[in-house]
Write a protein that binds this ligand. Structure first.
Ligand SMILES: [Zn+2]
Length: 349
């Protein structure tokens, strides 16, 4: 993929308009794993058109902010994962189950009652819409097989998490191939639960990622983080300053690893343990309501460049921007693009 030095991107989500989503409801619940129709302010017969319009707003904001590789803002989603995880075959559509969230609380989750498979394309039309409405490079995200396994109640596989994860991976594989065929430049799988459940991840996560990417030729990314800043703040949770599962991914089939770094101030020496990967580095602190200056962003980029060569570095916020106000989200993206330009100029002269 030809591109300029230090390109900017987003992790995935952008803030949804208040006319579309009930923000107070969204902000005072754990990220939904099952469908939560009451989050939408728009009646069902107008919802898809409203989501299209919200997607156009997100696209234009990212373009105006100067982002190089944009997403659709995930305006159609209640959470990063449930648009896909509730649409797969093998899921009980009548009743849900429960699983512990990363906060330790029970959260309603899809109940697996049959072999997991992709019954139909799910986000492929989202890619087509994004491709038709921007000339920028585009990235689409979907939940990864490991994370979906952790956000489900298994009533079919008899506790064989690896077998269940491999079936999720095959479903993801079909979707990923169709996303590239629909024009995606980058497909990202979101795997925050590799961090939340590092011990289980060590057992089979790399194998499962390999299955999800088998035969895939486009550029792939994997996002891993400590969880939404807003949800952590609401729950009074802190963040560790290091990943418990990360260097292992150097052995995976993924091209780009997206990590959170600005808020938790992780030791960037960990980048040296991923020598074969491009890093999508979080240089925007999603927990800080202040818009950081381009110079602050530039300083974070320079700190990373002590551990990684610029040709392997892409810049992004720490995580999705779903829980931010629009002016803050836009301002932060603009600062990020300007901060990247400062360092690019220093390198290229
Ligand atoms: Zn994240």
């Amino acid at each position: 993929m030809p591109q300029k030095l230090l390109p900017t991107t987003v992790v995935g989500s952008y803030t949804q308009p208040d006319w579309l989503i009930d923000r107070e409801n969204l902000n005072t619940r754990l990220p939904p794993r099952v469908r939560v129709q009451e989050l939408w302010r728009i009646p069902p017969e107008f919802l898809e058109a409203a989501q299209d319009d919200a997607t156009l707003l997100a696209i234009r904001d990212m373009e105006r902010a100067g982002i190089d590789i944009i997403s659709d803002g995930e305006a159609r989603r209640e959470s990063y994962s449930n648009r896909v995880s509730t649409a797969l075959g093998g899921i009980d559509t009548e009743s849900h189950g429960y699983a512990k969230d990363r906060s330790g609380r029970d959260n309603p989750v899809p109940r697996v009652i049959g072999k997991i498979h992709r019954a139909r394309p799910i986000e492929v039309s989202d890619v087509e819409f994004l491709r038709a409405n921007t000339d920028r490079q585009i990235k689409i995200t979907l939940p990864g097989p490991f994370t979906m396994t952790q956000q489900a109640q298994d009533d079919y596989y008899g506790g064989d998490q690896r077998a269940m994860a491999l079936d999720y991976a095959r479903a993801v594989n079909e979707e990923v191939k169709d996303m590239f065929a629909a024009g995606a430049d980058v497909v990202q799988i979101d795997e925050p639960y590799m961090q939340a459940r590092a011990e289980i991840a060590r057992e089979f996560a790399v194998e499962v990622i390999g299955e999800a990417l088998k035969g895939v030729e486009g550029t792939t990314a994997l996002h891993m983080c400590f969880g939404y800043a807003a949800i952590h703040a609401w729950q009074g949770l802190g963040k560790p300053d290091a990943y418990s599962f990360l260097p292992e991914l150097n052995e995976s089939a993924i091209d780009q690893i997206s990590i959170e770094a600005a808020q938790p101030k992780i030791d960037l020496a960990v980048l040296e343990e991923l020598p074969d990967k491009t890093i999508i580095l979080g240089v925007i602190d999603n927990d800080d309501p202040e818009i950081e200056s381009p110079e602050t962003v530039a300083a974070r980029i320079r700190a990373a460049l002590k551990h990684i060569s610029p040709d392997r570095l892409i810049l992004a916020p720490d995580c999705g921007m779903k829980y931010m106000s629009r002016d803050v989200a836009f301002g932060k993206l603009k600062s990020m693009a300007e901060g990247a330009a400062i360092v690019r100029e220093e390198i290229e002269g």
